[in-house]
Design a protein around this ligand. Structure first.
Ligand SMILES: Cc1cc2nc3c(=O)[nH]c(=O)nc-3n(C[C@H](O)[C@H](O)[C@H](O)COP(=O)(O)OP(=O)(O)OC[C@H]3O[C@@H](n4cnc5c(N)ncnc54)[C@H](O)[C@@H]3O)c2cc1C
Length: 262
């Protein structure tokens, strides 16, 4: 199996401010001919913005066959953040072919989604496509009415304890888990996600087919700036799948390759 992803040039057709920290980019143009969805609802693409060579990774919020929608979090500083914060309509970016990892077991009766603002596009798209009994925990500062296509009582909105911090680890540890089989999907800051993976495996004894926990971004450690993930999860994902590894093993390998330390 090849670990090289196809690449496509795309033009920013529209830029919309969804909320204070979320910007919607609608990409299109002839360069996207041949782009195809993997059909996996948390699929992501690598994005290279003008004047840069490093990729950052964004969930395919939707693909209509001609328009590719990415919802981009604009946080304090960052390569894509700074570019997406200004008027970028008409500019050409490069995206890779999509890959996704959401894979609930056939006997799952319920689906729990937990995440921060970067996880909202994937949680929205998963929610659109699932027929499982769904609950969502969203830790966001922004007001996003109607963003998640589910009834209000299915969603628990949580405020982060402080700017660019998270209490999702405590939230997950405090959940009362159903007896019947289900699927737990989560994405957020990498160091937290490593702890949560460990909690699910060691403390809850869940089989690794029962959860998918992904480090979407790399936070800072006191006294030292942490580099964010600059490693494409796509090849690691495809190579891991080809080698028969579990989602948990693949995402742990991704964290290790990205050089993050808890
Ligand atoms: C599979 C996958 C899917 C993803 N889907 C999405 C998506 O749909 N939308 C989305 O917005 N992001 C998504 N992300 C996360 C996104 O790739 C990272 O947040 C990325 O680092 C942002 O790039 P940047 O150029 O803005 O900042 P960078 O240049 O990468 O980082 C600059 C600084 O900002 C900090 N930083 C990075 N991200 C954040 C953040 N979210 N909050 C606070 N501080 C941050 C870093 O610690 C670093 O110090 C996804 C990541 C993965 C792996």
């Amino acid at each position: 199996m090849s670990t090289r992803a196809l690449q496509y040039d795309a033009v920013v057709l529209r830029r919309e401010q969804v909320s204070d920290h979320l910007v919607r980019l609608v990409l299109g143009g002839a360069g996207l001919a041949g782009f195809a969805s993997s059909g996996v609802p948390d699929e992501w693409v690598g994005l290279v913005v003008p004047g840069q060579f490093q990729s950052r990774y964004y969930t395919v919020r939707s693909w209509s066959g001609s328009e590719l929608v990415l919802d981009v979090v604009v946080h304090a500083t960052g390569l894509v953040t700074e570019w997406a914060s200004r008027d970028c309509v008409g500019e050409t970016v490069r995206v890779t072919e999509p890959a996704g990892s959401f894979d609930p077991p056939a006997d799952a009766r319920w689906l729990w989604l937990v995440g921060d603002l970067t996880a909202m596009p994937a949680m929205a798209r998963i929610a659109e496509t699932t027929s499982l009994d769904l609950r969502i925990w969203a830790e966001v500062t922004d007001d996003l009415p109607g963003y998640l296509p589910v009834a209000d009582e299915r969603v628990t909105w949580l405020a982060p304890p402080a700017a660019e911090t998270s209490a999702l680890g405590d939230v997950v540890a405090g959940l009362g888990w159903p007896e019947e089989p289900g699927y737990f999907w989560m994405a957020g800051e990498s160091a937290q996600m490593r702890k949560i993976r460990s909690y699910l495996k060691r403390d809850r004894g869940l089989p690794n087919t029962a959860y998918d926990v992904m480090g979407y971004w790399r936070g800072q450690v006191a006294g030292r700036e942490r580099r964010s993930s600059a490693v494409d999860p796509g090849p690691i994902w495809r190579a891991g799948k080809a080698a028969g590894r579990s989602d948990e093993e693949i995402w742990a390998a991704y964290d290790a390759t990205s050089g993050g330390q808890a």
